[in-house]
Design a protein around this ligand. Structure first.
Ligand SMILES: Nc1ncnc2c1ncn2[C@@H]1O[C@H](COP(=O)(O)OP(=O)(O)OP(=O)(O)O)[C@@H](O)[C@H]1O
Length: 224
């Protein structure tokens, strides 16, 4: 039997809003294999970000299970979840979230240092080189283009050697050409390091770059 890198079982996330309940996720069975690139598409409010947050251990489900690398995240404490996340999950968001007072290199090693782990300088240089940022190693974020900032955010996410790379609208602020380059790089890196890559996008062309497309609607997976 195949070992699923990520698997959710009957995953539910409900929010109480006044007198009624918002079913952000309403019984989701999602899975992604080791090294697989899956894109998630669906209308605004369909539950895409909520699913990504649950898979990445950023939030706790109302009901159901989330297995990542065989570990059930639903059963562990918030503290343990934070450690699991820091060590195993690389997040990339639409807003690059680089620390403005730190240069590219310092931004990249920040999560590693926060974890008290040793920096793999060779890997950092390899990432910078692959992401065409070697000459920007000492640059401050505000001197970089949007594409360069997003590539720096990708390097930061990958420098922790995550099992899982999760990206929420990573190209939302980029032009079409840059978007394709960024996703292409993300895909190449994920294949090289055997990482499972899950990308939320509104862009059909970006979605098509994945091995598989998952469609969400009203808190459910309707296709894929
Ligand atoms: N913290 C929260 N409190 C209350 N409702 C929430 C919360 N987070 C999400 N929701 C609701 O859950 C539903 C799913 O939201 P989610 O952000 O997952 O959708 P999405 O598909 O990612 O949307 P978008 O494409 O606009 O980012 C929406 O109706 C949203 O308003």
């Amino acid at each position: 039997m195949k070992q699923w890198m990520v698997k959710t079982r009957n995953l539910k996330k409900y929010y109480k809003q006044g007198n009624y309940i918002i079913k952000a996720l309403d019984g989701v069975d999602f899975q992604a294999e080791d090294g697989e690139f899956v894109s998630i598409i669906g209308k605004s409010g369909s539950g895409k970000s909520t699913l990504l947050y649950m898979i990445g251990g950023l939030d706790i489900p109302t009901e159901g299970d989330v297995f990542v690398g065989g570990k059930n995240l639903a059963g562990i404490s918030r503290e343990k979840l934070a450690v699991f996340r820091r060590r195993n999950v690389g997040f990339i968001f639409q807003s690059y979230n680089l620390v403005p007072d730190l240069n590219v290199y310092e931004n990249i090693i920040l999560p590693i240092e926060l974890d008290g782990a040793a920096v793999d300088e060779e890997l950092v240089d390899e990432l910078l080189d692959s992401l065409q940022l070697l000459d920007k190693k000492e640059a401050m974020p505000n001197t970089l283009s949007g594409g360069q900032q997003q590539r720096a955010a990708i390097a930061r996410a990958l420098a922790i050697k995550p099992l899982l790379v999760l990206a929420d609208e990573p190209t939302g602020n980029l032009d079409t050409g840059t978007s394709h380059d960024v996703i292409g790089l993300l895909r190449t890196m994920a294949k090289r390091f055997q990482q499972t890559l899950v990308v939320i996008t509104h862009d059909q062309d970006i979605a098509q770059m994945a091995d598989r497309i998952v469609h969400m609607k009203d808190g459910k997976i309707v296709r894929g």
